[in-house]
Design a protein around this ligand. Structure first.
Ligand SMILES: Cc1cc2nc3c(=O)[nH]c(=O)nc-3n(C[C@H](O)[C@H](O)[C@H](O)COP(=O)(O)OP(=O)(O)OC[C@H]3O[C@@H](n4cnc5c(N)ncnc54)[C@H](O)[C@@H]3O)c2cc1C
Length: 541
């Protein structure tokens, strides 16, 4: 009997999983499938740390599916080839998967697979993922759709699956043409153990402080956040010291799908109405961010080109052709000579995560002070983030680089951020040990101390720690002037911005359900338009 394949991609869970439910209800034996696609892991935004995180999640998914009666099958190879082989060897009736808002490579791959399955008469059923709406005609329709999906009850996992027995299928099939070759391909592609990152060409990338992946960790984080860890969320999310503890840290789980947004919404709303140690205000703030997740992802879903091109095409040419590689290397390796920036980059390298404000600052420093085009710097950050989510990442990268035309540019002052978020210098001391002996505030601006005084703390700039790559105040002034001139000298910028606003702007006036508790104005996504078009202004912060 032909099989129903559930193609797991970035939805590595059994609960709240429409494709698994549909396959279970189909009456066909179910084959849960994960494809290790070398082409995917060869992309410029992929890294070993991301693969290892996926590995954690797959190990747990395998056990959970085995309990349900249909263990996960892991094959290594190109997706269209794998489906061909499965179809020839066992006969596929239908393939179920979630719609994926991924990068250009996954988009092209999905189209290829859909075409191939269609040719073979196999139904390819893609289920909405709850964050984005495919072929969304009007932005106004996104929020009601989000609420319909994520405000509904979470679907339980199927009670049991009718598993698929490959050996029995082999025995019962006539070999019609390529069957033997397909089975040989499958035997070769089949993996009992997951390949190591090195087997996928992903070298090195130590990340000693990496968050574990997998469903169990997701559930622990969700309940600890709701049961009190989130009490300091609103106050503590901006500093990289407190944020690691008070933020939900669920991003890696949303990115791998070990937890669905709907599960997080349900738990948040239940906690808010039952009362929990995390106050309603913090829960509200968290739920707003769950909206932003989809709000940003929808931008890439609606315009996949955003991975490569400026949202506002009027900015084409702004930074192209002037990439300063040595400045990029200093930024990438955490050796800019701006201690707080370097500390953030080094924390990110060692842990795979840093909080929102620091991500924004790292990006802004690259795009404004160092005037680097966002594509290469964005790729570096993508590889560093274990929670890399193309749909959030690229629109945020562009927003923090001032090329959307609808967001007020924020040129973060890297010294002021250090003084605000790390006033006693403990964070810099931890991640930039070369400067550990320096007291605050000098640890944030060592170049301001006379050389003799620095030497008393055992520091010689240029020997123990770099001189600043630029005068940051002067660099910020130049960046601001460049942007202002660009707006003035390029006709059609405002019209272009209006078109971007119509296509991607948030619809803040649209209402959405409130959690119980004191009424609070819905905060806009950081940097999101307030309904005004961008006008260049002094936004140094
Ligand atoms: C340049 C840049 C790149 C980014 N790239 C990514 C990325 O690749 N993957 C990613 O998940 N987030 C990205 N973010 C958004 C944000 O920094 C992270 O979602 C957040 O820090 C993750 O930690 P958390 O789960 O503890 O967040 P929490 O504060 O606990 O938020 C809960 C969830 O809400 C969503 N969320 C929170 N903040 C934002 C935001 N500003 N925009 C959209 N969604 C948000 C995320 O899904 C997050 O997991 C980026 C931000 C910037 C400035």
């Amino acid at each position: 009997m032909a099989i129903a394949v559930v193609w797991f991609k970035r939805d590595l869970r059994c609960i709240d999983h429409a494709p698994l439910r549909a396959a279970a209800a189909s009456g066909h034996p179910v084959l849960p499938l994960y494809l290790v696609e070398p082409g995917l892991w060869a992309q410029a935004d992929a890294s070993a740390r991301q693969w290892r995180l996926v590995g954690d999640a797959l190990a747990e998914l395998h056990s959970a599916l085995a309990v349900l009666g249909a263990p996960l099958c892991v094959l290594r190879g190109e997706a269209a080839t794998a489906f061909d082989a499965l179809h020839q060897a066992h006969g596929i009736a239908e393939v179920h998967a979630h719609e994926e808002t991924g990068n250009a490579w996954t988009y092209a791959r999905d189209r290829r697979v859909a075409g191939r399955l269609r040719e073979q008469g196999v139904a390819f059923i893609e289920h909405p993922n709850g964050s984005t709406v495919r072929r969304l005609a009007r932005r106004e329709a996104w929020l009601p759709q989000w609420e319909r999906h994520n405000g509904a009850a979470v679907w339980p996992a199927p009670v049991a699956l009718r598993g698929f027995d490959a050996a029995a299928s082999d025995a019962g099939r006539e070999d019609c043409g390529g069957g033997a070759a397909a089975r040989a391909w499958l035997a070769d592609a089949h993996h009992e153990l997951l390949p190591d990152a090195r087997d996928l060409g992903l070298d090195g990338d130590p990340c000693p402080g990496r968050q574990p992946g997998g469903r169990a960790s997701a559930l622990r984080l969700l309940s600890s956040f709701i049961d009190g860890r989130g009490a300091g969320y609103s106050r503590g999310m901006s500093s990289p010291i407190s944020a690691a503890r008070v933020c939900s840290r669920l991003s890696v789980h949303f990115a791998t799908g070990t937890l669905s947004i709907r599960e997080a919404v349900a738990a948040t709303r239940a906690a808010a109405s039952a009362g929990s140690a995390t106050p309603v205000r913090a829960l509200q703030s968290f739920e707003s961010r769950l909206h932003w997740q989809g709000h940003f992802m929808q931008k890439l879903e609606s315009e996949p080109d955003l991975e490569f091109r400026n949202t506002h095409r009027g900015f084409d040419g702004l930074r192209e052709g002037c990439f300063d590689r040595s400045a990029f290397e200093a930024w990438r390796t955490g050796t800019t000579g701006w201690p707080f920036v370097d500390a953030c980059m080094r924390m990110l390298a060692a842990t795979g995560w840093i909080n929102f404000r620091m991500r924004a600052m790292l990006m802004a420093v690259a795009s404004y002070h160092l005037w680097l085009h966002w594509r290469e710097t964005g790729l570096h950050l993508a590889r560093q983030f274990t929670d890399y989510e193309p749909g959030i990442h690229w629109p945020q990268v562009q927003m923090q680089s001032g090329v959307t035309g609808i967001n007020i540019p924020r040129i973060y002052n890297p010294v002021k951020q250090g003084l605000d978020q790390d006033p006693d210098g403990a964070f810099v001391r931890r991640w930039v040990p070369e400067l550990a002996a320096l007291p605050a505030p000098w640890i944030h601006l060592p170049w301001k101390l006379p050389a003799a005084q620095l030497a008393r703390y055992g520091v010689v700039l240029g020997r123990d720690y770099p001189e600043p790559v630029r005068d940051h105040e002067q660099a910020a002034r130049v960046a601001k002037a460049r942007l202002t001139t660009w707006w003035r000298e390029h006709p059609g910028m405002r019209e272009g911005a209006r078109a971007v606003l119509a296509r991607h702007g948030s619809r803040l006036k649209q209402s959405r359900p409130r959690l119980h508790g004191p009424a609070k104005k819905n905060p806009a996504p950081p940097g999101a338009t307030q309904g005004e078009l961008f006008a260049p202004a002094d936004q140094s912060s």
